[in-house]
Design a protein around this ligand. Structure first.
Ligand SMILES: NC(=O)c1ccc[n+]([C@@H]2O[C@H](COP(=O)([O-])OP(=O)(O)OC[C@H]3O[C@@H](n4cnc5c(N)ncnc54)[C@H](O)[C@@H]3O)[C@@H](O)[C@H]2O)c1
Length: 294
C-alpha cells in the first residue's frame, strides 16, 4: 500500500522539522502534540522556517501556502487513524514511547507503518509494544531537519523488506539521502561521532590541548565545520552523556564510556549552549569564551 498520508507525533525540535519536510514532499500531514499551546508553538516554528525560505527566494509564496495547507495540528490521537505512515518524535523515554505505540497500535489499521526517530533506544524493543513488528522501523533524521540531508533508515530483524523499501523511498521523496542501517544503538552516525566527541573530552582532561586548540585542530587540520567541543555544546552535554551511557551499556566498550569531566559538567548543570555554559561561556552568544575547567 503506497504512503499517501503521514502522521507525526511530537512537534518539538525534530517533529516540527519532520512535519515540515513531509509537507514539502507533497504529503498531507497530521501532527500531534500534547496541548493546543504546543501544537501552536510547533506550527509557528514551521511557518517561520517556511517564511525564511520565501525571503531567501528558495520557495515561492504560493508554494509556501500550499505546504502550510497540507499541515494540520491536533491534540487528538484519533486523528492519526487515517495515516499510512506515522513518525514518532516524542521525548526520548521508553515508558512514554511504550504508551504511545501501544495506543497507536490499537487505533491504526494493520497496514499503517510505524517509524521512530529515536537516537538511542532500541527499535526492536519498541516494535514489541505493538502487534506489527514487521511494519516497524526507524527513521532517524538530523537537526535541523529541513537543512540536514541525511536520514538513517533502520531495519530490525523483523522488518518486512517491502516496508523497508517503502521507508527508503519515503526518505528520498523528502529530498533526503537515505542510508541503510540496522538496529544497533547509535546506528551509523552516533556510532562514529560519539567516541570521537568523548575522545576530545578525554584529550582535554589529559592536557593534550586547550579547549580552543582542540577545536581549532579539528577545524583547520581536518576541515570540520566546527570543533568537537563546540559541537558538544551545540548537541547538549546532557543529551550526549545520556546517549553515551546507553551505548556503553549496549557494547560494554570503553570508547563509549562518558569521561568523568563530562559527568561533572552535566551534574553542575553546564549543558552547553542551551544553559549558557558548557565548554564555552555564551554570555555573549556572538563571542563564546572558553571556560576554565581546572
Ligand atoms: N534533538 C536532536 O538533535 C535529535 C536528533 C535526532 C533524533 N532525535 C530524537 O527525536 C525525538 C524528539 O527529540 P526532540 O529533540 O524533538 O525533543 P523535543 O523535546 O524538542 O520534542 C519532543 C516533543 O514531544 C512532545 N510529546 C511528548 N509526548 C508526546 C505524546 N505522547 N504525543 C505527542 N507529543 C508528545 C513534547 O511535548 C515535545 O514538544 C527523540 O526521540 C530524540 O532522541 C533528536
Amino acid at each position: 500500500m503506497p504512503i499517501e498520508k503521514v502522521g507525526v507525533v511530537g512537534c518539538g525540535l525534530m517533529g516540527s522539522g519532520i512535519a515540515q519536510v513531509a509537507a514539502q514532499g507533497g504529503y498531507p500531514v497530521v501532527v500531534r502534540e500534547v496541548s493546543e499551546q504546543l501544537v501552536e508553538k510547533g506550527l509557528k516554528s514551521i511557518e517561520k522556517n517556511l517564511g525564511r525560505l520565501v525571503e531567501k527566494g528558495t520557495m515561492s509564496a504560493p508554494d509556501r501556502d500550499q505546504v502550510r495547507g497540507r499541515l494540520r495540528g491536533t491534540t487528538n490521537l484519533d486523528d492519526l487513524k487515517g495515516c499510512d505512515l506515522i513518525v514518532e518524535a516524542i521525548i526520548e523515554q521508553l515508558p512514554a514511547k511504550r504508551e504511545l505505540w501501544s495506543a497507536l497500535d490499537k487505533l491504526c489499521p494493520k497496514s499503517t507503518i510505524f517509524a521512530s526517530n529515536t537516537s538511542s533506544l532500541s527499535i526492536t524493543e519498541m516494535a514489541t509494544f505493538t502487534q506489527r513488528p514487521d511494519r516497524f522501523l526507524g527513521l532517524h533524521f538530523f537537526n535541523p531537519v529541513p537543512v540536514m540531508k541525511l536520514v538513517e533508515v533502520i531495519r530490525t530483524i523483523a522488518t518486512d523488506p517491502k516496508v523497508y523499501d517503502d521507508a527508503l523511498a519515503f526518505g528520498a521523496k523528502l529530498g533526503k539521502t537515505p542510508v541503510r542501517t540496522t538496529d544497533r544503538t547509535g546506528f551509523i552516525v552516533n556510532r562514529l561521532l560519539v567516541p570521537y566527541i568523548l575522545d576530545a573530552v578525554r584529550a582535554l582532561e589529559e592536557g593534550v590541548g586547550s579547549i580552543e586548540d582542540i577545536d581549532n585542530s579539528m577545524k583547520l587540520g581536518c576541515g570540520h565545520p566546527m570543533g568537537p567541543l563546540t559541537l558538544l555544546d551545540f548537541v547538549g552535554l546532557d543529551t550526549t552523556y545520556y546517549i553515551a551511557n546507553i551505548m556503553f551499556d549496549e557494547f560494554k566498550e570503553k570508547r563509549f564510556a562518558p569521561p568523568p569531566l563530562l559527568k561533572r559538567m552535566v551534574l553542575a548543570g553546564w549543558h552547553g549552549r542551551k544553559t549558557g555554559r558548557g565548554f564555552y561561556d555564551y554570555t555573549d552568544p556572538a563571542k563564546p569564551m572558553p571556560m576554565r575547567l581546572s
